[in-house]
Write a protein that binds this ligand. Structure first.
Ligand SMILES: [Zn+2]
Length: 406
């Protein structure tokens, strides 16, 4: 009995000693890091004999600190927004125009960067949604329903009409490609469309296009929009694919169209996407082919992308600036967006009387009502922090992070 107690005591003492030694070791390590980093900050001429001896003694620490510095610099460089100077920019767009003219099957991949001009913030730029959410800040923006297709959206639609662009693959959920008049068969919205809710109980899946953001109540793994299918009463769900989810809906995702387009493409033009998510979709890049048989890659983005090294050409510029110049080179007029021709108004399903109060986000005003609605917009959630749905918390990466105020 006594022996057992003694053993217990000695085990405990041993464990405590071990813990103490560990703490001491960590503390010594910390001091070494501090010492070495202080010496490394000095210029070489300032370093004393003692400094040099210390560097010699702690070579592992020196190496580790240098490695960290390199990583930090690289990370910083990747986040910076760069602009090509005017002359280089001009030459690059001319080169792009030539590629567009020569292309047999041109596919365009678009990301948030093409919508920033429509006052929809991008995700990973310095003020992007993702960046803000990572810092634990709530995202606030003027009402999304006022966003309209940008010059870039309109150029893409026009190039498709002229048979110079065959397909558009977008990771944007803002529905602006559709609203620009691009036909649906030429579009894959890989992460969904904020204006579309569907009934998956109906076969085939029944689609309801609305004139407002249907995602205000939805989030990661929670897709019910709170409205019901008028045919089977099943719960309607949004079409948004959040980080960490796998999108399986046929429409509007249209993976089949995207994969077929990539398969046939000889030129891929990436506009305003960091490509951090798109690069993971192997079928979009024909990586199973030898490098010289893959589609030629043209990238327009202000920041670094993981595909830069594979690109035939990388243009650092704003999408609208590139497209404006490109269309000039191609001698094609850029159509202006006209709300009266926005196809969403004819595609939309009207709400039933009992659904009239089922949403709080503002409706896209039909052309005739546009002016009066803009003036009489009180009572709606104007400029409020966006928390639900495709835009807010649900869309942020599914990892542990600070709570965002509701
Ligand atoms: Zn149904």
């Amino acid at each position: 009995m006594e022996e057992q107690a003694n053993t217990g005591v000695s085990v405990r003492t041993e464990r405590k000693a071990l813990e103490k030694a560990k703490i001491l070791q960590r503390e010594t390590q910390r001091q070494t890091f501090k010492l070495v980093s202080r010496i490394l900050k000095k210029s070489e001429s300032e370093r004393t004999e003692e400094d040099l001896a210390n560097l010699q003694r702690h070579q592992d620490t020196v190496q580790e600190l240098c490695k960290r510095q390199v990583r930090r610099t690289l990370l910083k460089r990747k986040q910076e927004e760069l602009f090509d100077d005017a002359e280089e920019f001009r030459a690059k767009v001319r080169q792009l125009a030539e590629a567009v003219r020569q292309a047999r099957h041109l596919v365009v991949y678009t990301g948030a960067g093409i919508s920033t001009a429509a006052s929809i913030p991008d995700y990973r730029g310095p003020n992007g949604v993702w960046t803000q959410l990572q810092r634990g800040r709530a995202v606030s923006t003027s009402d999304l329903s006022e966003a309209e297709p940008t010059l870039t959206h309109m150029c893409i639609r026009m190039l498709h009409k002229k048979n110079m662009v065959q397909h558009v693959v977008s990771q944007n959920c803002d529905g602006l490609h559709l609203r620009s008049g691009l036909p649906r068969h030429a579009l894959s919205e890989l992460h969904g469309n904020m204006f579309i809710e569907v009934c998956t109980s109906c076969s085939p899946v029944r689609e309801y296009i609305r004139l407002f953001d249907v995602t205000e109540r939805t989030a990661l793994h929670r897709h019910g929009t709170g409205r019901q299918c008028s045919h089977c009463n099943g719960e309607l769900r949004d079409t948004i694919v959040h980080f960490g989810e796998r999108g399986t809906l046929e429409q509007p995702l249209n993976w089949k169209g995207a994969a077929e387009a990539a398969e046939q493409a000889d030129v891929i033009l990436c506009l305003g996407s960091s490509l951090k998510v798109l690069k993971k979709y192997a079928c979009l890049w024909c990586m199973n082919r030898p490098a010289n048989r893959r589609p030629k890659l043209y990238i327009v983005n202000l920041q670094w992308t993981p595909k830069d090294d594979f690109a035939t050409l990388k243009i650092h510029g704003k999408c609208d600036d590139v497209m404006r110049l490109l269309m000039e080179d191609l001698d094609i007029q850029i159509p202006k967006y006209n709300r009266a021709e926005d196809p969403i108004f004819s595609m939309a399903t009207a709400l039933r009387a009992d659904e009239e109060r089922s949403y709080t986000r503002r409706m896209i005003a039909p052309p005739a009502a546009l002016e009066s609605t803009l003036q009489d917009s009180t009572g709606q959630a104007e400029g409020a922090a966006i928390t639900g749905g495709w835009f807010g918390r649900g869309y942020s990466k599914a990892r542990k992070k600070k709570k965002v105020a509701l």
